[in-house]
Design a protein around this ligand. Structure first.
Ligand SMILES: Nc1nc2c(c(=O)[nH]1)N[C@H]1C(S)=C(S)[C@@H](COP(=O)(O)OP(=O)(O)OC[C@H]3O[C@@H](n4cnc5c(=O)[nH]c(N)nc54)[C@H](O)[C@@H]3O)O[C@H]1N2
Ligand SMILES: Nc1nc2c(c(=O)[nH]1)N[C@H]1C(S)=C(S)[C@@H](COP(=O)(O)OP(=O)(O)OC[C@H]3O[C@@H](n4cnc5c(=O)[nH]c(N)nc54)[C@H](O)[C@@H]3O)O[C@H]1N2
Ligand SMILES: [Mo]
Length: 726
């Protein structure tokens, strides 16, 4: 038996990818090891990352999808017929062709998520001429931050290697010590750490300052920081003068937010706000990284990004070493844009995007106004907005999406309002296909389930996260084992369908290995060779590149007053709006539902709705917990360890109580992403998806969403809690 060592690239954390080494033997993953020579290993060791440790168990898990399945009984009944790949692809392609001919390509949509290298699916959809590549993380996760940065700064000025350690680091609405992998290796070394987070943690308590805002009020808090920095003259006058647009108007706006008002809105004592703003503005370089919770609060989501951008800009911390610098793809890597074939999607089609008329900035309207459209990935900016797509599926307005493909996404658990997702998938969609590595509640409702490879079983190249770098991982295991399973890469499925639908000449690479080799062609090496000869390649970062020709915006400056917002009929300055369902905006509801609902930080042991199959991880985090303040628990007659109902107008779920002063007495923090692969998959259970899944409580109402980006509400909502029987 030959043992072999390979280089892998972990795909779990989505934005931050860690390299590791793996020992494989006879198609089995024997062991994962640290790869200390690589700069792309996390601050904790690979062996110390529990998610990575679970990989060998998950690879061979009996719950994996093994062969294509076709539904036999009613949707959700769990009756399947095992079929051959050729039959599956023929039938699916035929059905898609039929729907396209009858209703147009826009009757077919794709839901995708955080997991996948997304160019192949975008390529297929661009060629198919459907505008509905719906990424569930575009308006609520990194896509929102990226697009607001592109809109206001002409590029993505975030934070991440390669860069120097900032003097002051601001972790705003995220917890990178758990979620940030490689990034935290630098961020965590900053001399001063400011944490802006509605819940406490050991890191927040150890920070130079921890601000604990009322959930959903970060924009007001940011306007408060801006007020201090501008009125105390702590901004970078030269940079502001030369390189920002609309400073005087911004100053007028922030003066509407005196610190007493900000304290009243956010619940953060004004002295703390002043102290944090001063530290941030006077420690150079300083970086504010992206945290995802601000993207989850609906109405203010884009505005929260804009205040963070304004803070970075007026303090002169954009495009400097150790500050927020532009994340650029490695110039030698064949670009994602080329791979996606964006130009193949005609304007007449991308303008049919759902939600585009309502949410016009993170949309084709906003996209068409960008000064530098060339560098932007169209599927982020031109794909449809999820709530509008589900609305179309359920109501036929403004036209009906009839077929849905899900790829690397588990909407029954991860998108807002599970009841509506269920209604759409079970009762309204004409045809659905789920490409999955495990049976999930979403897969149970599909007409076809296609078994695909898991990332360790594919050759991988990083994207986004670590800018300026190419980082690769090899295919560690084969995709097919006769008699045991027959899986395909997602790429094979898109190519297989594409060829059947007349796209043959656009799929020149017979498999993903060839396609990935093509992406590395400028290095003169194939992926396997690159893995061993280089492993990664990093280009030096160019700082202050705006000095040669300005920022890629309409005005050539960073737009504190946005020309695109203005042209699209929105407030060009950042403003504060209450969340749609808060004690302030809905005192009527707050009588019955007095607590503000948020989620706990993402678990160290899981990725979103994934990994619940692992016994190793479940031994460490076996069930979901609802965190509440001890005073709140006492008031409700709840004790540590009790089962608790969390309920609002949309539904109710049960989680186990954990008492902690990490949360404010008026806030309740629940675990997100829960379903139980060990329970029955058939209806009505659907793997216990109704029991503890936070998104039963969240909202996909379009009038709750952020008006410019369509970001839906995953938290900052109202709920009540009460004790349940066990
Ligand atoms: N209430 C609430 N909701 C949230 C969040 C929250 O904090 N609170 N977080 C939000 C965020 S930030 C995000 S990014 C989204 C994530 O939303 P999703 O992307 O839907 O989340 P995952 O659970 O990671 O779903 C990935 C699915 O793809 C499958 N999968 C894994 N690898 C592959 C593969 O290689 N190919 C294919 N075809 N499938 C694969 C997995 O088994 C899993 O079912 O959730 C959002 N939803
Ligand atoms: N282990 C692990 N790592 C991951 C992931 C995972 O699922 N598991 N997912 C990956 C993905 S796709 C993403 S997007 C990132 C997300 O990673 P992060 O951005 O670090 O997000 P969270 O861990 O959800 O942390 C959000 C924090 O904000 C707090 N919070 C809630 N509401 C508010 C509010 O209104 N204002 C403020 N200021 N704080 C609030 C929450 O209590 C929580 O502590 O992690 C990536 N890495
Ligand atoms: Mo995310």
């Amino acid at each position: 038996m030959a043992q072999e060592t390979k280089i892998g690239l972990c795909r779990f954390c989505a934005h931050h990818m860690c390299q590791f080494k793996a020992v494989v033997e006879d198609g089995k993953l024997v062991k994962l090891m640290n790869f200390p020579e690589s700069p792309h290993t996390p601050p904790w060791t690979t062996e110390g990352c529990p998610r990575n440790r679970a990989v060998p168990e998950l690879i061979g898990h009996p719950g994996r999808t093994c062969y294509p399945l076709k539904r036999k009984g009613a949707r959700g009944e769990g009756k399947w017929e095992q079929i051959e790949w050729e039959q599956a692809l023929d039938e699916i392609a035929e059905k898609l062709r039929e729907i396209k001919e009858k209703y147009g390509p826009e009757a077919v949509a794709l839901l995708t998520g955080a997991i996948h290298e997304p160019w192949d699916l975008a390529r297929f959809f661009n060629l198919f001429a459907s505008p509905h590549v719906v990424n569930v993380n575009a308006p609520i996760c990194s896509g929102l931050e990226a697009f607001m940065n592109i809109t206001c700064c002409g590029g993505i000025a975030l934070y991440g290697p390669p860069t120097s350690i900032p003097k002051c680091f601001v972790m705003w609405a995220g917890e990178h010590w758990t979620t940030g992998g490689v990034k935290w290796k630098i961020e965590g070394k900053a001399e001063k750490l400011i944490v802006v987070n509605s819940t406490g943690s050991p890191q927040a308590r150890k920070a130079t300052i921890w601000l604990q805002p009322r959930p959903g009020t970060d924009t007001a808090l940011g306007l408060g920081w801006l007020n201090v920095i501008i009125n105390e003259g702590l901004y970078d006058k030269e940079f502001v003068e030369k390189w920002t647009f609309g400073f005087d108007k911004l100053k007028e706006r922030v003066n509407e937010f005196p610190l007493d008002r900000v304290e009243a809105i956010t619940w953060v004592p004004k002295q703390k706000i002043i102290a944090a703003a001063r530290i941030y503005a006077t420690s150079k370089p300083a970086a504010i990284d992206w945290g995802t919770a601000t993207g989850h609060m609906g109405r203010n989501a884009a505005e929260a990004e804009r205040v963070r951008i304004a803070l970075r800009a007026i303090t002169g911390n954009i495009d400097v070493d150790g500050g927020n610098h532009f994340m650029r793809p490695h110039s030698k890597l064949v670009s994602i844009k080329e791979m996606c074939l964006d130009e193949m999607l005609p304007a007449s089609q991308y303008r049919k995007r759902l939600g585009g008329d309502k949410f016009r900035v993170l949309s084709w309207q906003g996209w068409e106004m960008l000064a530098d459209k060339k560098s932007q990935r169209a599927f982020v900016s031109r794909g449809s907005i999820y709530p509008a797509v589900m609305h179309s599926i359920r109501t036929g307005e403004p036209y009906r999406v009839r077929a849905l493909l899900t790829n690397g996404c588990n909407p029954m658990v991860t998108v807002a309002n599970t009841k509506n997702v269920y209604d759409g998938l079970k009762h309204h969609i004409d045809f659905s296909v789920c490409m999955e590595i495990f049976m999930t509640p979403t897969a149970m409702l599909a007409d076809y389930v296609l078994p695909v490879t898991f990332w360790p079983e594919r050759p991988t190249i990083n994207y986004l996260g670590e800018a300026n770098s190419v980082i690769v991982g090899q295919r560690l295991l084969p995709k097919s084992m006769p008699g045991q399973y027959d899986r395909r890469d997602d790429y094979d499925v898109w190519r297989g369908l594409g060829i059947r639908l007349g796209q043959e000449k656009y799929w020149p690479w017979k498999d993903l290995d060839e396609a990935q080799d093509y992406r590395l062609k400028n290095f003169g090496m194939k992926l396997d060779e690159f893995a061993w000869k280089k492993g990664w390649d990093t280009e030096p970062v160019q700082f202050k590149s705006y000095e040669k020709g300005g920022f890629h915006t309409t005005t050539g400056k960073i737009e504190l007053w946005s020309t695109i917002f203005d042209a699209q009929g929105y407030d060009p300055l950042p403003h504060y709006e209450e969340p749609a369902e808060s004690p302030v905006s809905r005192p009527d509801l707050a009588n019955e539902y007095p607590y503000i609902l948020i989620n706990n930080p993402k678990s160290r042991f899981f990725i979103h709705s994934q990994l619940r199959q692992s016994r190793y991880l479940r031994r460490r985090h076996n069930e979901p917990f609802v965190k509440m303040h001890p005073d709140t628990a006492e008031k409700q007659g709840i004790k540590e360890g009790d089962m608790v109902w969390i309920e609002n107008r949309r539904g109710k779920i049960k989680q186990r109580a954990k008492l902690s002063d990490d949360v404010h007495p008026q806030v309740v923090a629940v675990d997100f992403g829960w379903w139980f692969p060990e329970k029955r998959g058939e209806e009505p259970s659907l793997f216990g998806v109704w029991e503890a899944n936070m998104n039963v409580l969240t909202s996909d109402a379009m009038d709750y969403a952020c008006e410019v980006s369509g970001s839906w509400n995953l938290q900052a909502l109202l709920c009540k809690i009460y004790k349940a029987g066990d």
